[in-house]
Design a protein around this ligand. Structure first.
Ligand code: FAD
Length: 411
């Protein structure tokens, strides 16, 4: 029997998508969405980009206006899920209420990892995860001079590009030896290093932060791991996230860098699914369980769970893809490049239109494209169908991903 009463914990990208897709697919039963952030569900990507630049307002971030939820009979509760009683099929909320479920979807996302540094509590130190974070940070950007960013990952660098565009002197400290090293290839890291430097950002690689210093409770600078003092009116950190999996762990579900789920995205309790940033899953595109932090993953996993709840179960095998916008650069990534041992470049770093094809043991595993959207769209199709493209084919003069995709589609 298909579950009737569906409870979703977490009103972010994934949780919202479950509720919306359930109604879209004709689920007639009860849908309850419990979220601990105030307001209607909204998208996060602009928080470190267009929203901070003032190019979009808070209303534009909402997935749907408030009336949508009433019209679609989606009960929205602003509360925090405190405990899951699996035997009774109940979730206890922080407010003291408890809710029953036939099926529970955990979509609690992740929270920023807070650096364990002296001075982290000072005024003027921020992470960027929520709309509330961005709203606290945004007014500070109007009249700052010196910004120090800790971490050259996607979010740290997106913020660095925004702060530089708003006229601040920006200094990025990154303990690794190249930016976004966990997610992209060396040639692409090099392109972004050069771009940030051309925008006036100081990118300090191989260097961390020892402490944040301040006066009268307010940050005034940082001390680097190699003993230098950098002035800072504002310190922003982006050193990764921690999955919000505690509630699942306390309920006895299997947790290992996120809530472990099977190919159907079920936790170790078949009446509970987990999706989005909080879920650890096996993918045909990785040789170990992974946890992805991306809009694509949140949406596609939500839709996969809904298909199962509506009686159409299928293994989750979607191709991972991501993007980041920094300055005039739009980087789009199809596939996962971890473990690649060979690259072929199309375009050029100089023109800032480059695609890096990443191969592992001769097999195409990922394509990173900056300002080459056609390459990105073609590579998603090529990767999804199981590519036979070889590095030498890709390196032939005049090779184009779009033409290759069309030719192999017909074959
Ligand atoms: P979330 O969106 O984090 O939602 C989880 C929700 O659950 C949160 O509201 C949380 O507060 C709530 N919650 C947690 N615990 C509880 C509880 N116990 N009870 C009730 N509610 C709870 N991805 C891209 O692909 N491209 C981008 O350019 C991009 N840019 C980003 C920029 C920023 C600043 C950030 C923060 C993320 C960005 N991402 C981007 C990542 C993307 O936004 C996430 O992968 C996506 O939001 C994950 O969706 P989710 O629903 O799993 O988690």
């Amino acid at each position: 029997m298909l579950p009737d009463n569906i409870l979703i914990i977490g009103g972010g990208q994934a949780g919202f998508q479950v509720a919306a897709s359930l109604r879209q697919e004709g689920h007639a039963g009860r849908i309850t969405l419990v979220g601990d952030e105030a307001g209607v569900p909204y998208q996060r990507p602009p928080l470190s980009k267009a929203y901070l630049l003032g190019k979009v307002g808070a209303h534009a971030l909402r997935f749907r206006p408030p009336e949508y939820f009433d019209e679609h009979r989606i009960d929205r509760l602003h509360d925090s899920a405190a405990a899951i009683d699996r035997a009774a099929h109940h979730v206890h909320l922080a407010s003291g209420t408890s809710l029953s479920y036939d099926h529970l979807v955990i979509a609690t996302g992740a929270r920023n990892r807070v650096p364990a540094l002296p001075g982290i509590e000072l005024n003027g130190v921020y992470g960027v995860r929520t709309l509330a974070d961005a709203d606290a940070l945004s007014p500070r950007l109007a009249n700052i001079r010196n910004v120090v960013v800790l971490g050259a990952g996607f979010i740290g660098l997106e913020f660095a590009a925004v702060a530089a565009a708003r006229g601040a002197a920006v200094h990025v400290l990154e303990i690794g030896h190249r930016p976004m090293a966990r997610a992209i290839s060396e040639p692409m890291s090099d392109l972004f290093t050069a771009a940030h430097r051309s925008w006036g950002v100081t990118l300090d690689l191989g260097c961390g932060m020892k402490r944040i210093v301040g006066r009268d409770g307010k940050a005034t600078g940082v001390e680097t791991s190699d003993g230098r003092h950098l002035p800072a009116d504002l310190v922003v950190y982006g050193i990764g996230v921690v999955p919000n999996a505690e509630i699942a762990l306390a309920a006895g579900l299997e947790v290992n860098n996120g809530i472990c789920v099977d190919a159907l995205l079920r936790t170790s309790d078949p009446d509970i699914s987990a999706i989005g940033d909080v879920a650890s899953f096996s993918s045909p595109y990785a040789d170990r369980p992974i946890r992805l932090e991306s809009v694509q993953n949140a949406i596609d996993q939500a839709k996969a769970v809904v298909a199962r709840l509506m009686g159409r179960p299928a293994a989750y095998e979607a191709l991972p893809w991501f993007w980041t916008d920094q300055g005039e650069l739009k980087l789009q990534i199809a596939g996962l490049s971890e473990g690649h041992d060979q690259t072929v470049l199309l375009g050029s770093a100089q023109s800032r239109q480059l695609s890096v094809l990443c191969f592992r043991a001769g097999r195409l595993i990922a394509v990173e494209s900056v300002n080459r959207p056609l390459d990105h769209m073609a590579s998603r199709k090529i990767l999804a169908r199981g590519p036979s493209l070889t590095p030498s084919q890709a390196a032939e003069p005049g090779f184009e991903l779009k033409a290759y995709e069309a030719a192999t589609r017909q074959a």
